[in-house]
Design a protein around this ligand. Sequence first.
Ligand SMILES: C[S@@+](CC[C@H](N)C(=O)[O-])C[C@H]1O[C@@H](n2cnc3c(N)ncnc32)[C@H](O)[C@@H]1O
Length: 315
Amino acid sequence: MDYSFLGKYQIYTKEINFFPIDWSKIFCNNKKLIVEIGFGGGEFLVGLAKKYPEFNYIGIETSLISCYKIQKKIFTSNLGNIRIILEDARFAVREFFSDDSIYKVIVNFPCPWPKKKHSKKRLFTGDFIDTLSSVLEPNGEVLLTTDVQWYAQEVKNGFMRNGCFDVSPLKTNFEMPIKTRYEAKWETEGRSKFLLISRKKSKKPIRRLIEGENILSHKKIKSINLSKLKSLKNYKYKHADTVFFVSDVYNNCSNPESNYLLKIFSNDNGFFQSFFIEVSKGNNNWLVKLDDIAKAYRTPAVKEAVNKIAEELEE
Ligand SMILES: C[S@@+](CC[C@H](N)C(=O)[O-])C[C@H]1O[C@@H](n2cnc3c(N)ncnc32)[C@H](O)[C@@H]1O
């Protein structure tokens, strides 16, 4: 088994200590950025990066297996101008890119999530279109290809409602420079396909959750209420868009009275994370901190979890 390509092209965004990301430092040049969301098999992104080496490319995917497969392709093609991110693009595009920094965003054949109960999973929400208006360069474009006409129309309406874009009429006869796997599949089935191009003409201000330094101070406490610690299981905190929940409290069996882990689920206005908070006894103090192994972005809910738990435990 050859693992030599793993980790070379993937950006482990939870380990980055300043957001938005300075992409010129990652690529060591200032080439314009093209972002593909949901690259699937990766044929399109790798093909584009080979054909137009004058750009830098960033692929965003939620599928681990797609990230694995594309890394193999990037390695085999010996490309230095692609990086990939395993993350939900609705979070990644807002948090990892500065205003006016992306030349083009391309989304090929995304799942339209046709059922009403799944509609929250659709990519082009009003908030996401606001984000695109902010992170695209002036005159930067969003390209959407799809085989689902009502979906193309729904996304088009979203861009028009937003007001920051020149939105072209839907095109039906178009050729992209490289065919994606889904495009090839739908073509053999004789399905129609649609292309929507939206060009940025102005922008909306957006609120980022993790802007600036990605650090979280430890909380030191002189002494803690141990029986309270054990009863924190099922503790729930909610304030406006910030929610966290303690689903369990574990103690370290080799150090039972001085080392605990609390399993936390957090929600920042629809962005979910799960992680651990460690409560441990040092020489003079107790320390409450984010566990280093289960990494999390320092969103408001994560910061609140560390602060609130320390506050609840302090005697
Ligand atoms: C229907 S497939 C299309 C794949 C490829 N673009 C093609 O045309 O062959 C949609 C892809 O988008 C990815 N995806 C779905 N939601 C996503 C999100 N919120 N952020 C990033 N990727 C997403 C899925 O994992 C899947 O690989």
